[in-house]
Design a protein around this ligand. Structure first.
Ligand code: HEC
Length: 143
């Protein structure tokens, strides 16, 4: 009796441990996917000459000039920080945790940005966007 009760307690304990672990690390596979992203470029990036052209060419069609597909608009820093219909898409200073980077890196579900029928960003472009977020999301060239 005692033995089988102990076994049940052990099973329940194991379930709680495994279940709790799964809840605590729902994104273990996401962690691996984040490691596969191109790392940020190792230099200061400029919004006007490097970042803005990437957004203009690849994103403004749906997220610029007051367009806001998915609730997201990239016209101003404030709008970008506000995020889209699912909430913030930028973790300021932390590109690895930024939903926007997960989308352009194609690691968030099967919904890459730009949508898969459009040309995808190159590794170099993702690396520039990552550095831009890591460096504090400067919006204008220093004057
Ligand atoms: C052809 C239109 C189109 C282009 C181009 C496009 N997007 Fe999107 N984007 C959408 C649509 C539609 C949604 C909402 C559906 C979804 O989340 O997949 C969306 C959603 C998003 C979201 C999630 C917003 C939220 O809160 O759910 C992010 C982040 C995003 N886009 C970033 C970008 C970036 C960055 C670019 C350029 C590199 C880009 N998109 C290019 C159409 C586009």
């Amino acid at each position: 009796m005692v033995n089988s009760r102990n076994r049940i307690v052990a099973y329940v304990g194991l379930l709680v441990l495994v279940g709790g672990g799964a809840l605590a690390y729902p994104s273990a596979s996401m962690w691996w996917r984040i490691q596969s992203l191109p790392p940020a470029v190792d230099r200061d990036v400029l919004y006007t000459t490097e970042v803005q052209p990437i957004l203009e060419e690849n994103c403004y069609e749906c997220h610029g000039d007051e367009r806001r597909k998915g609730g997201l608009n990239l016209d101003t820093r404030e709008m970008l920080l506000r995020g889209g219909k699912t909430g913030p898409v930028i973790e300021d200073g932390d590109s690895a945790s930024s939903g926007l980077i997960h989308r352009v890196g194609g690691i968030e579900g099967d919904r890459p940005m730009p949508p898969s029928n459009k040309p995808q960003l190159t590794s170099e472009q993702i690396a520039v966007l990552r550095a831009w977020i890591d460096q504090g999301l400067h919006w204008r060239a220093p004057e």
